[in-house]
Design a protein around this ligand. Sequence first.
Ligand SMILES: [Zn+2]
Length: 324
Amino acid sequence: MAQNYVVSIDMGGTKILGALINSKSGIVATTKKPTERKTGKAKYAQALYETVEKLIEVSGVKEEQIKAICLGVPGSVNPHTGIIGLAPNLGIKNYNIKKDLQKFTKIPVLIENDVNLGALGIQKFGAAKGKKNVLVVFVGTGIGSGIILDGKLYRGTSMTAGEIGHMIVDPEGPVCGCGQFGCFEALASRTAIVRDIIPKLKKKKGGALVKTFRKTGQIKSRALAAAVEAQEKEAVWAVNRSCEVIGQVLANINNLMNFEMIVLGGGVLEALGTHMMPKIKEAFSRYTLKDPAKHVKIVESKLGDESAIYGGLALAEEFLDIKV
Ligand SMILES: [Zn+2]
């Protein structure tokens, strides 16, 4: 019998990443195209449908074998109505993307926030498979999280649950993108790490990080990892401070929620996990209550960029009651 599939699309600020997937074969085809922000909302739906068409073309799968199209959106969404509330990186505000995409195809369209989708993917197919009470935290340019309670994604009253990055850790700390001071992500994200390293590099002469920064004007996670590996003290200091804050925040949240597992992912952890995980766990153990600490495992996600893609399968199961 022919297999069924889901098309999972990650709508990033720079690229649209599409994948054809099912739980039996995993990802069977992928396609990538740049995000064209200037072309307007209606063209967005068309670009997404072209992604679906491309996947059909490269895989040879028939359209009727595709049971859902799942969109991962970097912003606030209402999965029941299909409306994107605000996605600043896509330049989209109050837009019913489901309705517009549905004009091109009869395949049911589902949408979810990309971080929530990543959490679903990890809980169904990744490190937290089979676990019921799970927190998934992604540390990258910002910090986001998805909360799974009793096996289900917890979305909150108005679908904004999981905004862990804006927990205020130090009201006298650095300003955050949200306008507050001392948010978790203003202290522990890659943006925060890099922000605090740069002034130190300007006074410094040698070292790989100085060279990378002078050449490219930026410091990415991989360059940071290489600098930590080489024991460059500015990098080690800033990354260790990030670990301390992450451990502290996770202990606070776990005291409240009593999770079974906390999964850490995102670009920073993917590049620096070996260095960071022991330090995060050590900080966690200093701040946590004893009993919840005994019952929670803190692990790294191994799914990388694919977690949100896998999350599409979980979303289809939740909203369409189908296992693909
Ligand atoms: Zn904030």
